[in-house]
Design a protein around this ligand. Structure first.
Ligand code: NAP
Length: 550
């Protein structure tokens, strides 16, 4: 006789109005909006044991912000905006993490945040018009269950670490680390043979700092990259005064530019100048440093010939800096237009290759074949003995963090299935078939092409206004119409195709860094200011493109 074994009784769920996943800028501001502005009950579920998101996890050597500090902050609250003073042009990770904790303290956010709590599944319960959410605790055991009318993902775009599946990694006798999961008590490189794989924004920040203490640092480069000097320095008293006296104007500028930075893009073409005049513009921007280099001409990202003028200048700078001719050749042998991959900014990256304890290995022509107990071998059979491997190999960007949650929407549709051919969202804010789910800086929104706090503030405020409007009207369910999402995806593709961005065929913007991931240009390239107007218009038209039911 067979006896059906009944399911273990489910523990009762904690019921709240809204659940927010992630306690970085997005999650904290979203909590403040829902709890303190709308008076809703809300919880934030956070895997880490502290707030900070990206800045909680990315503690690698040299980690600092690429946006200038006076623009890398939340501006919604006058006192918060005015109370924080940054020390440097590009603050280091510990200073940014202090700022994030300051936000949590200031708005008393921690009491609603469940730390050490990883979301393992989220399911739409159509009978109850709400989400049920399962979690795991820090040890991986079953954690608290939740139910909520609204589910808001605030998981960041770059939070799912990509460790390449290199055979033999488990056999490595030394230590290995991914930059996005860095040990909190640091890593001692003194005298060690260190191998770093990856030369994106992260790797370029890490190299000069690791080189200071490592016995030897070998940098394994697959794709050569442009980089512009950050020219980081402590902020002068005069600049601090300028910030204090001009905050409203700085905020207005950030909200009016396509990329959310506190500088305007020059309204001139690179073709409007003689080569000598252009050279002078680039030289001045190089001396000034930072992402402003990209703003020297309005056509750098839409006109290949214009872009070539900047690319040629930057490649020449690499060759002038790096003394060994073969190393200089490899570092400047860049195969994509400038800024079609996210342009790194650095503090003495190329200079580091002039040190006797730093060497460069080209793994484009001779790829890494396997990790061995004592280091790694290349396809040619060349062996590199290593004590430590640093994976600066990036992230399963934008979709990875969302797909990892295990979200199931209406009629059993999983997000994985809905996004089989690539992410499909409406405005990067919501997904057809997933009622009452909002994705802060989701795929299809400007997000990573923008100074993140600017993008985050806009999304959180739009979501808050939308939820407030739905509550007022007694709407219990809202989701994008499938046609609206299709239309938006087409618009996102068209916006990318109007630029040179898709020309970097191996970029993470396209998902090309993850084997098997659909090749779709994920962020919205139409510009933050334009995007903001579209979102405002959708709201003004009664949330056009969304389907609602009472
Ligand atoms: P990334 O840009 O994706 O760079 C990863 C690097 O690892 C690339 O050089 C890549 O080569 C290489 N790589 C990956 N798998 C490899 C393999 N199997 N073998 C050899 N090389 C391999 O990642 P990231 O540098 O972490 O930066 C990601 C994004 O985070 C940035 O673009 C930026 O938006 C953000 N970020 C921001 C800051 C900041 O603001 N302070 C700092 C760091 C990062 P390929 O290019 O050939 O794929």
């Amino acid at each position: 006789m067979s006896t059906a074994v009944p399911d273990r009784a489910e523990s009762p769920a904690t019921v709240v109005d809204a659940l927010i996943i992630g306690a970085g800028f997005s999650g904290m501001y979203q909590l403040h909006c829902l709890r303190d502005r709308l008076g809703m009950s809300a919880r934030v579920l956070e895997q880490g044991d502290g707030v900070g998101g990206t800045w909680y996890w990315n503690r690698y050597p040299g980690a600092r912000c690429d946006s200038e500090s006076h623009s890398y902050c939340l501006t919604f609250d006058k006192d918060l905006y005015e109370s924080w003073e940054w020390s440097e042009r590009y603050p280091e990770q510990p200073e940014i993490l202090r700022y994030m904790n300051h936000i949590a303290d200031r708005f008393d956010l921690r009491r609603e945040i469940r730390f050490g709590t990883r979301v393992t599944a989220a399911r739409w319960d159509a009978r109850a018009d709400r989400w049920t959410v399962e979690t795991a605790d820090a040890e991986g055991g079953a954690g608290e269950r939740f139910a909520a009318t609204w589910l808001i993902t605030a998981v960041g775009c770059l939070s799912s670490a990509n460790v390449p599946k290199l055979p033999g990694l488990e056999s490595f006798a030394g230590d290995w680390y991914h930059t996005g999961q860095w040990p909190h008590d640091g890593v001692d490189f003194s005298g060690k043979r260190v191998g770093q794989i990856g030369t994106g924004s992260t790797g370029i920040q890490a190299v000069p700092v690791i080189a200071e203490t490592a016995g030897h640092l070998t940098v394994f480069q697959r794709t050569a990259n442009y980089s512009i000097p950050a020219r980081n320095a402590p902020l002068t008293p005069e600049f601090k005064r300028y910030i204090r006296e001009n905050r409203p104007a700085i905020r207005e500028l950030m909200q009016s530019t396509p990329n959310g930075h506190a500088f305007a893009i020059a309204d001139r073409s690179a073709h409007d100048m003689t080569p000598d005049e252009r050279e002078a513009v680039y030289a001045a921007a190089w001396e000034k440093g930072g992402l402003q280099f990209r703003a020297t001409f309005r056509d750098l990202l839409v006109d290949k010939a214009a872009n070539d003028t900047a690319a040629d200048f930057l490649k020449r700078k690499i060759r002038e800096t790096v003394k060994d001719p073969e190393t200089a050749r490899l570092l400047s042998d860049i195969d994509h237009p400038f800024a079609t991959k996210r342009p790194p900014i650095d503090s003495h990256y190329f200079e580091a290759f002039n040190r006797p304890n730093v060497s460069l290995v080209d793994v484009r022509s001779d790829p890494i074949e396997r990790i061995t107990p004592t280091g790694l071998t290349l396809r040619s059979g060349a062996e590199h003995a290593l004590d430590v491997i640093v994976f600066a190999t990036g992230f399963d960007a934008m979709t990875g963090p969302l797909l990892n949650i295990g979200i199931t929407g209406r009629d059993g549709l999983t997000l994985k299935e809905a996004w089989r051919e690539g992410p499909k969202t409406y405005l990067g804010l919501g997904v057809a078939g997933f009622p009452n789910l909002f994705t802060v800086t989701g795929p299809g929104s400007p997000s990573v092409l923008c100074n993140m706090p600017v993008a985050i503030e806009q999304h959180v405020e739009w979501i808050t206004d939308c939820i407030a409007a739905m509550r007022e009207k007694g709407v219990s369910r809202i989701e994008p119409a499938a046609e609206a999402a299709e239309g938006w995806v087409a618009h996102v593709n068209a916006a990318a195709d109007a630029t040179l961005l898709p020309m970097a065929g191996h970029s993470w913007y396209l998902g090309a860094n993850i084997p098997g991931k659909p090749r779709v240009f994920m962020p919205y390239a139409g510009g933050m200011a334009h995007y903001r107007r579209i979102c405002d218009d959708v709201a003004a038209k009664g949330y056009e493109g969304f389907v609602r039911s009472a």
